[in-house]
Write a protein of this length. Structure first.
Length: 254
């Protein structure tokens, strides 16, 4: 729409506020698209023919929880001839609950696939160590399959109190986990199933959710404990290291 803005002058001209959420995605593989859209809107707002329209006084508000170079992005968002962009940084001291991060090391002489499998068997012990009160827990896994496998493993171990919450979906594995107070969440589930898992977790009717990293992006599900199963993930035939932003997004749910 911003590329052929002459065809939609009425729509773009009526914009007076541009709100950018998850601004750190500028550094993602798809960040160039976001950068182009923002740049075009900034240029349109400075054109002589738009000065009498709302977009001529366009305000930009950019939000991010994991942006390492906020000042640089603020300078880029500033428009020449207008007030400089104001950058507000809110550090860890603003958190209502202090965040404590622990790193547990597990060694293995096997290949990465078998090592990832072995880490799944360590999750139960980690949860028992760091969350003996059985408070809300998110476990981030490398793949959809491992999210389901870990959820079933934790359900069988009785790590959460049984739940009587109704589930009317068609996923028998998810239904069985929910009865044990555990759920799993990934892109392979239906929208209804994902919404149901999120709802039950927020209400405290299930205490543990095993998920892929997509749950950490844009879904507000705070938990008392967050377990990142592996800092590497499988993609396009190889294991890659998770980005700093992904890890911060995950641990930030605690």
């Amino acid at each position: 729409m911003s590329r052929r803005w002459n065809n939609v002058k009425g729509i773009l001209g009526s914009l007076s506020l541009l709100l950018i959420d998850e601004t750190h995605l500028l550094g993602d593989s798809r960040g160039s698209t976001l950068e182009c859209v923002i740049t075009r809107l900034k240029i349109i707002s400075t054109l002589r023919e738009t000065q009498n329209a709302p977009i001529g006084a366009l305000r930009i508000v950019a939000l991010s929880a994991t942006l390492p170079n906020a000042k640089d992005v603020g300078n880029w968002l500033s428009t020449p001839g207008r007030p400089r962009c104001r950058v507000l940084n809110f550090g860890p001291e603003y958190r209502p609950v202090p965040l404590s991060i622990s790193l547990k090391e597990f060694r293995s002489n096997t290949n990465m696939y078998l090592f990832d499998q072995s880490l799944q068997r360590e999750v139960e012990g980690v949860i028992r160590e760091f969350n003996p009160e059985q408070r809300s827990t998110l476990v981030f896994c490398s793949t959809r399959k491992s999210a389901q496998e870990v959820a079933k493993m934790l359900a069988e171990a009785g790590l959460a109190s049984p739940s009587s919450a109704p589930y009317t979906g068609n996923n028998s594995e998810l239904a069985q986990c929910i009865r044990s107070g555990v759920g799993f969440h990934h892109a392979g589930l239906t929208v209804a199933d994902k919404n149901r898992v999120e709802e039950l977790f927020c209400k405290g009717q299930i205490k543990i959710v095993c998920a892929t990293v997509t749950l950490a992006l844009g879904v507000n599900l705070p938990a008392a404990l967050v377990v990142v199963l592996n800092y590497r993930y499988y993609n396009n035939g190889e294991y890659r290291q998770r980005s700093r932003n992904d890890l911060l997004q995950m641990v930030g749910r605690a």
